[in-house]
Design a protein around this ligand. Structure first.
Ligand code: SAH
Ligand code: SF4
Ligand code: F3S
Length: 432
């Protein structure tokens, strides 16, 4: 009988993609994938610590895994990723959960095979690297999807936003060689992938061998094939007109920008160390809309950052109203040890909850209005699923569409006319 592994992934797309690399390593060792921890020979948790809720959730799941390991002591349990990379976290985790066999961090996932060699001999491993080391190229990757693929263009973050743990657990910013990225993307397109999402904490600061992000996009979009390219995440301070004009000129670059503002108050933005004002952000949005009138915009916003007043929050609501995001990811600020904001005067949880409710309600109305404005328009849609009698797909501006049609095929682009909108969900019909 074949040996199996199960990976539980928490957090962002960066982590999802890294789990594809962990999967690649395990597959090349001859393991098959399962989603059932009750039969898996290896269970790996690829963790996140962006907010306290993520860590609480993971610790809860470790309780379930502990029970499974009591029943089957031969099962190997590994924990890796951002949570274990925090200062002192691995030792604490080892004490709290002595049943874990392997603990490693974000800088050494390529070592998994060596760690398994030890664990299979009954030797426990705890290995956290203090610094990032060289970018590991050429790791095997076992991808989850066949239509959309994630490609790292850079690692780490140098921005040190005052609330954020990422720079501490992901190390300093480093960009992959453009040739390696182009060759990965070419292979994916040749292998039938239609949507490539480039990943980095701040893709706009990509820089390697004299190639900046705009030039990287330019070179990637010269590749032959039937595909579009999206990217995450753009930091507003670094999003350049050159990037946007490149997107406007090249057909393979999707008209979608995720541009997190975090807060609409200049006082809070300064405390957050974001290095732009609300006005500068709105000017960038105007610039984007002038080049790409059909752009889809999404955003991250945090409520209840230390010292946030009602007035600060109203300024955030004002930005949301002015920009018109088709998607908004809103979060309650969560204290992270070792970050400057942890030491600032905190906002009571009831106020944070009340504010996030108001923000979600406002966004609901805006997203509905944007969806209704799409009725009658025709979009190119990448078909990536099927639900009962309808195909599911998304537009280049990253809007989800359910549609009917006789020519649509999974993994292909189709032209769809929007006929209805229900609670911001688009319904359409294929046009010939
Ligand atoms: N590099 C990306 C964000 C990565 S983290 C960027 O700069 O936009 C994803 C989102 O999590 C952030 O945009 C922020 O809104 C949220 N976040 C980060 N730290 C947080 C914290 N301590 N509490 C609550 N939300 C947080
Ligand atoms: Fe965190 Fe700021 Fe870096 Fe994004 S840019 S990962 S929010 S420190
Ligand atoms: Fe991502 Fe969470 Fe780490 S959001 S970078 S997995 S802390």
């Amino acid at each position: 009988m074949s040996r199996t592994y199960c990976i539980k992934t928490y957090g962002c797309q960066m982590n999802s993609h890294e789990s594809e690399k962990l999967s690649g390593i395990l597959s090349s060792r001859g393991y098959d994938e399962t989603d059932n921890i009750d039969i898996a020979d290896i269970v790996l948790l690829n963790t996140c610590c962006i907010r306290e809720s993520a860590e609480t959730h993971i610790l809860g799941n470790l309780g379930i895994i502990k029970k499974a390991k009591e029943k089957r002591p031969s099962m190997i349990v590994g924990v890796c990723g951002c949570m274990t990379q925090q200062n002192g976290a691995a030792e604490k985790l080892k004490k709290r959960c002595p049943f874990i066999d392997i603990i490693f961090g974000t800088h050494n996932l390529h070592m998994l095979s060596e760690y398994l060699d030890s664990a299979e001999k009954g030797k426990k491993v705890i290995d956290i690297w203090d610094s990032e080391g060289q970018i590991e190229e050429g790791l095997p990757i076992k991808r989850i999807g066949k239509i959309s693929a994630l490609v790292n263009i850079m690692y780490g973050c140098d921005n040190f936003c005052s609330y954020c743990i990422v720079p501490y657990v992901r190390g300093r910013e480093r960009s992959r060689n453009p040739q390696n990225i182009i060759s990965d993307v070419k292979n994916l397109i040749d292998g039938g992938y239609r949507e490539i999402t480039l990943l980095g904490q701040n893709v706009n600061s990509y820089s390697c061998d004299g190639v900046d992000f705009a030039e990287l996009l330019n070179r990637l979009s010269d590749l032959e094939g039937n595909y579009w390219i999206k990217f995450l995440t753009s930091h507003p301070k670094d999003l350049s007109e050159k990037v946007i004009s490149t997107i406007a000129q090249k057909e393979h670059l999707a008209h979608f920008i995720h541009l997190p503002i975090q807060s609409g108050s200049d006082r809070i933005l300064q405390l957050m160390n974001r290095k732009y004002s609300a006005k500068e952000y709105l000017d960038k949005i105007e610039m984007v809309k002038s080049y790409l009138p059909d752009v889809g915009l999404s955003c991250d916003i945090m409520v209840g950052f230390p010292t946030e007043t009602e007035e600060d929050f109203l300024q955030t609501l004002d930005v949301v109203e002015k920009v018109g995001y088709s998607n908004l990811y809103s979060f309650i600020y969560s204290q992270r040890k070792g970050t400057p904001a942890d030491k600032m005067t905190q906002v009571p949880i009831e106020i944070k909850k009340e504010r996030i409710d108001r923000l979600i309600k406002k966004q609901f109305v805006i997203a509905n209005k944007i969806a209704e404005d799409s009725i009658g328009k025709i979009y190119t849609v990448l078909c990536d699923g099927k639900e009962s009698d309808k195909f599911i797909g998304k537009t280049g501006s990253d809007k989800k569409v359910a549609f009917t049609g006789s020519n649509a095929r999974l993994g292909e682009f189709t032209r769809v006319r929007i006929t209805e909108a229900h609670n911001s969900k688009l319904i359409g019909i294929e046009v010939q």
